[in-house]
Design a protein. Structure first.
Lengths: 539, 98, 207
């Protein structure tokens, strides 16, 4: 902590130019990060609105708020928007864009124009999506399963598929940029094993983006062809095989789950280290576990197809391989916990999110093992057990990490501190609201309530009311940061370069940073997380 | 990743080799070898790819990192083909558990 | 020529080359979806695929392979010319030759496509197949058009990019010290060539 009053630099990346043009044509990774922040927040609010409508419908056993057709559209649009337009871009394009060059001591990403193009491509894809939504939505489920999506559905599948196709290129551009930047732009002395674990996590994420996304792009293009020209590739009536679609779809869409969770894991590593004032226990193995998750994540997609008619032999192989992903994931959880041991822990809001992440991700991960078990999955497939499982990973995991990271680096991004007490309150409200929303769904699913129906037997109402009540608490929890973070833009106390006393190159430069990030290229001479240099001399 | 300059005659030699391999592909296709036809054709395609990648694309003289990314591209394609074929290949096998 | 985010020219060049290779890995997977579909259906529909493949003109396919391989040679020579500091006209000439060969490839492809239209071998409502295994043959032609069509789109893009690079080369932009755009355009061109090297046996040579 600084002894004198912290100050803001007179000129920084935010106030160097106020024109609209300087934002829309910017090549500064920090400004592009903010463009993404605004865009994904819009989509998050849109996706949340759909979620709110779903939970309202499910308050009562009878479908008396929306028709079954509209309910199908609600959960489809909720899934599509949250996955492709919020969760996948969230941490990479906002925190990754802002932090990767700063963490490695570079002036910018390797390809700044490509970075800007990524935002425009994302926006174009978003326009198609909003068009599809306004025109009446899509009812196929976010999975676009054929032949329903390609032949029978009378909703705006083509427009939506075009939107997802285009947005995929945003992902590819961003991933490609990160890979090259991390390989080629590191400051002198910054070896791979001195990198913050967030950088490792983003690197692993980028690998998935670059190698997985093109497959869903070509697959959706084939769905579009079948839909528009009635040329069969997936439709059994035309000699096609619908399971081929599922293979190609999940080849990307299962690894996509790791696109969502890996960056959060990276954020959590930063938070745990800073707020327990310890070097991450077993740094190297945590770093490699990110890469291992990225690679093994590509070998398990068939566990989404256990009851699809896929050969039972393939099911056996995929079931076995799915268990392997648990190993690197568990390593991370154990190592974060071990990092806390004998740390000097402070419970600032980002740390609350990080601790919440560890608990919720563990529940989500362990229930994932239930689902990877072939026999067990046959019982709970397509029930709320699955819904609860992936929301524990995606909301309890990915969004917790995103919120924690946003708070942690907010002072760096804006130069001002957020109100700590409000932030802690919001973190607790989100944690409680989340658990109340989704824990009952594990029980519902285990009791046999199927997903994707707008009516259900009366016996399930109590648990559904609990879930809907939790959703409204969760909604309040998400609205709080929206207000106090905006408030802090003008009224928050000046943060100074390093309000947390954190380690890492991004904290060496003023907050907000100058456009070129560093006055001089930093030279790195110590390990990451050297919070206790006397104890960690050996690394 | 040095800016290695190959002599022109290397490029010409590689080109001639590629043309010979093309002729070989067409010639072998004239002979009926059953399943071996596709194996031969794809093997020749792989050899051609190696020639183009190593010489025309300079990978032979590139940094190890480039080798890794060339390998990664083809390796991931193998994952996609091999694991999806586990399903298609074993669908007609006798059912499990009985 | 050195952009602000880089420390020196070699860092910039290595980044450009690595970026292109990462992009090519993406491209492999983009075509990979079609290759996976091909593999699955070829396994299931072997007989129909063989029958359908007989209607492709193997000679035109082989000629096109030769055209593309030659264009790869001229492209490699263009990069070489820039490396050793040949005159702008020399570099641009080789690039124009590459471009023309690319156009020749697309011309031959257009002749083949036209032939398939005339013989009602385009999948969809107008598909006519004399013989059994109609669905299987139609699937083969679906994959034929999808794979060669995607490849042709890449060729079109390639021709456009080579044209731009040729103009820049003619203006003397590329020197032994700086020719990154030319070098990575070359990588892309060779990659599109490699895709065809696989498409040719997979589509034309099913005995």
């Amino acid at each position: 902590m600084t002894t004198s009053e912290p100050t803001m630099p007179p000129v920084h990346y935010l106030n160097c130019d106020y024109s609209i043009r300087s934002w829309l044509l910017t090549q500064d990774h920090k400004r592009i990060a903010l463009l993404f922040l605004v865009s994904i927040t819009v989509f998050f609010l849109l996706g949340s609105t759909y979620a709110g409508m779903i939970r309202t419908e499910l308050l009562t056993p009878n479908g008396n708020v929306v028709s079954h057709q509209n309910y199908n559209k609600l959960f489809t649009m909720h899934g599509l928007i949250m996955i492709f337009f919020f969760l996948i871009p969230s941490i990479p394009t906002v925190l990754g864009n802002f932090l990767i060059p700063m963490m490695i001591g570079a002036r910018d990403l390797a390809f700044p124009r490509l970075n800007l193009a990524s935002w425009y491509v994302y926006t174009l894809g978003g326009i198609f999506t909003i068009t599809a939504a306004v025109a009446g939505g899509v009812d196929t489920g976010w999975t676009f399963y054929t032949p329903y999506s390609s032949i029978y559905s009378h909703t705006n599948v083509t427009t939506m598929a075009v939107g997802v196709f285009i947005t995929g290129f945003s992902s590819i551009f961003t991933g490609l940029n990160f890979i090259v930047t991390i390989h080629k732009m590191r400051a002198p002395g910054l070896t791979w094993f001195r990198l913050p674990l967030f950088v490792w996590a983003i690197y692993a994420t980028s690998i998935i983006m670059v190698l997985g996304t093109p497959v869903i792009a070509i697959t959706l293009a084939m769905v579009g062809l079948e839909r528009v020209f009635h040329i069969g590739i997936f439709d059994p009536a035309l000699g096609g095989d619908p399971l081929l679609f599922q293979h190609l779809f999940w080849f990307y869409s299962h690894p996509a789950v790791y696109i969502m969770i890996l960056p959060s894991m990276g954020v959590v590593s930063e938070l745990i280290a800073c707020f327990s004032r310890n070097r991450i226990f077993g740094y190297k193995i945590v770093a490699f576990s990110s890469v291992a998750i990225a690679v093994v994540g590509f070998l398990v997609w068939g566990h989404h197809m256990f009851v699809s008619g896929q050969s039972a032999y393939a099911g056996l192989i995929f079931s076995f391989l799915s268990f392997l992903v648990a190993i690197p994931s568990a390593i991370k959880v154990f190592n974060w916990t071990a990092t806390l041991y004998k740390g000097s822990i402070s419970y600032d809001a980002p740390m609350l999110y990080a601790l919440g992440f560890i608990g919720l991700f563990t529940i989500g991960g362990v229930t994932g093992l239930f689902l990877a078990t072939l026999g067990m999955d046959v019982h709970v497939h397509d029930t709320y057990f699955v819904v609860a499982h992936f929301h524990y990973i995606m909301v309890g995991g990915a969004i917790m990490g995103y919120m924690g990271g946003l708070h942690f680096w907010w002072p760096k991004i804006t130069g001002r501190l957020y109100p700590e007490q409000w932030a802690r309150l919001a973190a607790l409200v989100i944690f409680l609201g989340f658990n109340l929303t989704f824990f009952p769904q594990f029980i519902l699913g285990y009791l046999g309530m199927p997903r994707r129906y707008h009516t259900y037997p009366a016996e399930f109402q109590v648990l559904n009311v609990m879930s809907s009540a939790g959703a409204s608490i969760l909604g309040v929890g998400y609205m709080l940061p929206l207000f106090y973070l905006l408030w802090s833009l003008r009224r928050g106390p000046i943060a100074g370069p390093n309000p947390w006393g954190a380690k890492g190159l991004e904290w060496l430069t003023p907050s907000p940073p100058p456009t070129e990030n560093f006055e001089q290229t930093p030279v790195v001479t110590e390990e990451a997380y050297a919070y206790r240099p006397e104890e960690n001399a050996s690394g | 990743m040095s800016n290695h300059i190959l002599p022109i005659k290397t490029y010409v030699a590689v080109f001639i080799a590629l043309m010979v391999l093309l002729a070989a592909t067409v010639a072998i296709n004239r002979v009926s070898l059953g399943e071996l036809n596709i194996v031969a054709a794809l093997s020749i395609a792989v050899v051609k790819t190696f020639l183009v990648v190593l010489f025309f694309m300079h990978v032979r003289y590139s940094h190890r990192l480039i080798w890794i990314f060339v390998g990664v591209g083809f390796y991931w394609l193998t994952i996609l083909l091999a694991l999806s074929m586990t399903d298609f290949l074993s669908r007609t096998w006798p059912p499990l558990g009985r | 020529m050195l952009r602000h985010q880089f420390e020196d020219a070699s860092q910039q060049r290595e980044s450009a080359v690595l970026g292109m290779w990462v992009f090519l890995a993406t491209e492999i997977m983009f075509f990979g979806g079609l290759f996976a579909a091909y593999t699955a259906y070829r396994y299931q529909y072997g007989a129909g695929f063989a029958a359908a493949s007989h209607h492709l003109n193997m000679l035109l396919g082989a000629a096109n392979t030769a055209v593309l391989l030659t264009s790869s040679l001229t492209m490699a020579l263009a990069v070489h010319a820039a490396q050793v500091g040949k005159k702008p006209a020399h570099i641009a000439g080789l690039l124009v030759l590459t471009m023309l060969l690319g156009c020749a490839f697309l011309g031959i492809k257009a002749v083949e496509y036209h032939d398939k239209f005339v013989h009602h071998l385009v999948p969809g409502a107008s598909f006519v197949w004399e013989g059994t295994l109609t669905r299987q043959a139609e699937m083969f032609y679906y994959l034929y058009f999808a794979m060669t069509g995607l490849h042709a789109i890449h060729m079109l893009a390639g021709v456009g990019v080579v044209l731009v690079v040729a103009i820049l080369a003619a203006r003397g932009r590329y020197t032994p010290q700086y020719h990154n755009p030319l070098e990575i355009t070359g990588l892309y061109w060779h990659f599109v060539d490699i895709i065809w090297v696989f498409l040719f046996p997979l589509l034309y040579l099913i005995a």
